[in-house]
Design a protein around this ligand. Structure first.
Ligand code: HEC
Ligand code: HEC
Ligand code: HEC
Length: 408
């Protein structure tokens, strides 16, 4: 971000000073839009930023993110700041209609006033695009926006961000970024039956056929083994020695966190790894015992592993830093939810390319040459080797994922 030094400011005439403050607000607002990842949902085509059109699957049906460029007829051209603030903090659109929480207003409501203002200043400068989007594609009765009145009563408290005086400024900055603009919990916190954030915070959740893993400091199923540097590396480059970001997290890294400042990324890492935001009782649990080596699935799986997998992931599961992820002591492998694991083995995966790491290696697909039993066995083996411990994977879970992948 560009900032003017005090020396440069002293040389500027007054009118230029006014203009430069405005420029700074707009630049700041642009960065807020990156932190909030507005583009992930509101941009389809990078040549027409924020013109809307991204379809979002929700438990109730499909919503399409609308046009938020300043176009008068089809965008926010007729909105004023108060209208915008109500959308961001109360989930209410211009004229009083209720927005669905697929728009992450339950997180954005924590935004500071200045951030909302600068974001609004930036949105005025985006090229207006005429693109009429009908956001609401939900079936009746969910299509009736008044339904959201009841949802808000039960799931939305409209609270503002309160820094914790016991914590450092850096941890408070991290808390603000994670809870508010970064809306990490919308994917990483389990949902209740109404689609509101429900279960233990950051303990992992299914989203669009992927699993957004536990990001608490738990050492077994969470990111407690990661150093701050490793977490920053993941958010900045899309990968570290344990994991590469794919699916919805690849989008998050691509549009958002790879562009965050180093200070902001470290603040996030310090906050998440300190466990300040979560109840220790929810994450500080003893790991289970691994399945025995003579378990039939573990034994069958070890043959497949040494035949098909160890060439890249190495015989001791250590991987190759920056190329092939380490499977040893890997939280994703220990997770109760196996959606992402099965998906990766069946369909393969190409991790996100970032400015920092433009090309990344790929994981090959095994759907065509491993049976449901083979995939279940090899995953059961890796889930119970080299420090990992987790329940066996069943062939029927693999069959279900095969079906999901075929329908995509
Ligand atoms: C996870 C997806 C997602 C993200 C991220 C997101 N939005 Fe939205 N947004 C939506 C959806 C979906 C709607 C439509 C909701 C509805 O109509 O009920 C919406 C609606 C809106 C509206 C109301 C527009 C209207 O015409 O009613 C505004 C304003 C808005 N978003 C601004 C933003 C800004 C600014 C950001 C970034 C800070 C952002 N959104 C990030 C999904 C998203
Ligand atoms: C749109 C949904 C979404 C959002 C928003 C999101 N994540 Fe993720 N995240 C995921 C998914 C899905 C994965 C699993 C990716 C994979 O399997 O490659 C993931 C993976 C991760 C991982 C790797 C964990 C591991 O054990 O491999 C970390 C760390 C992470 N996210 C942190 C964050 C942070 C911090 C934020 C907020 C700034 C965030 N995520 C926002 C969906 C999301
Ligand atoms: C040609 C090299 C190669 C082979 C062979 C290979 N992998 Fe991978 N694997 C990768 C790469 C590269 C990634 C990272 C890709 C990504 O996450 O997008 C990966 C990712 C994974 C992950 C996800 C790890 C995480 O934390 O995100 C699992 C699990 C995995 N592989 C298991 C296996 C299994 C089981 C086999 C054998 C059936 C196998 N791999 C064979 C290269 C390989």
């Amino acid at each position: 971000m560009k900032t003017l030094t005090g020396f440069a400011l002293a040389l500027l005439p007054l009118s230029a000073w006014a203009a430069s403050t405005e420029f700074q607000d707009i630049e700041r607002g642009r960065y807020i839009s990156v932190l909030g990842d507005c583009a992930a949902c509101h941009t389809v085509d990078d040549d027409q930023p924020l013109a809307g059109g991204v379809p979002l699957e929700t438990p109730f049906g499909t919503l399409i993110a609308p046009n938020i460029t300043p176009d008068a007829a089809t965008g926010l051209g007729r909105w004023n700041f108060e209208d915008f603030k109500a959308a961001m903090t109360e989930g209410v659109g211009r004229g009083g209609y209720h927005l669905y929480p697929a728009m992450p207003y339950p997180s954005y409501t924590l935004m500071e006033e200045r951030d909302i203002r600068d974001l609004w200043a930036y949105l005025q400068t985006v090229t207006p695009v005429e693109n009429d989007v009908d956001a609401n594609q939900l079936p009746f009765p969910f299509s009736v926006r008044q339904v959201m009145l009841g949802w808000n009563l039960l799931n939305f408290d409209g609270r503002r961000f309160e820094p914790d005086p016991e914590q450092s400024d850096e941890i408070n900055r991290g808390a603000y970024l994670v809870e508010s603009l970064g809306h990490c919990g919308t994917c990483h916190t389990p949902r209740n039956f109404m689609g509101g954030e429900g279960g233990d915070k950051f303990s992992g959740a299914s989203i669009e056929g992927w699993y957004a893993p536990n990001i608490t400091p738990n050492r077994h199923v969470g990111i407690g083994n990661w150093s701050e540097e490793e977490l920053v590396e993941y958010l900045q480059t899309g990968g570290n020695r344990y994991a590469f970001a794919s699916g919805p997290m690849a989008d998050e890294v691509h549009h958002s966190s790879q562009h965050w400042t180093e200070d902001d990324l470290y603040a996030v890492a310090r906050y998440l790894l300190s466990g300040a935001g979560v109840d220790a009782a929810d994450w500080d649990r003893e790991p289970p015992e691994p399945l025995a080596e003579d378990n039939a699935q573990v034994r069958a799986g070890s043959h497949i592993y040494f035949d098909r997998c160890s060439g890249c992931h190495t015989p001791n599961g250590g991987g190759e830093p920056g190329i092939f992820p380490q499977l040893a002591s890997n939280a994703l492998l220990n997770s109760a939810n196996t959606d992402s694991l099965i998906r990766v083995v069946l369909a393969g995966s190409r991790p996100v390319a970032t400015d920092a790491k433009p090309t990344a290696p790929a994981m090959p697909a095994f759907a065509w040459n491993l049976s449901d039993d083979d995939v279940a066995n090899v995953l059961t083996f890796v889930r119970n080797s080299w420090g990992n411990a987790a329940p066996a994977v069943s062939a029927s879970e693999v069959a279900d994922m095969r079906e999901t992948l075929e329908s995509e």
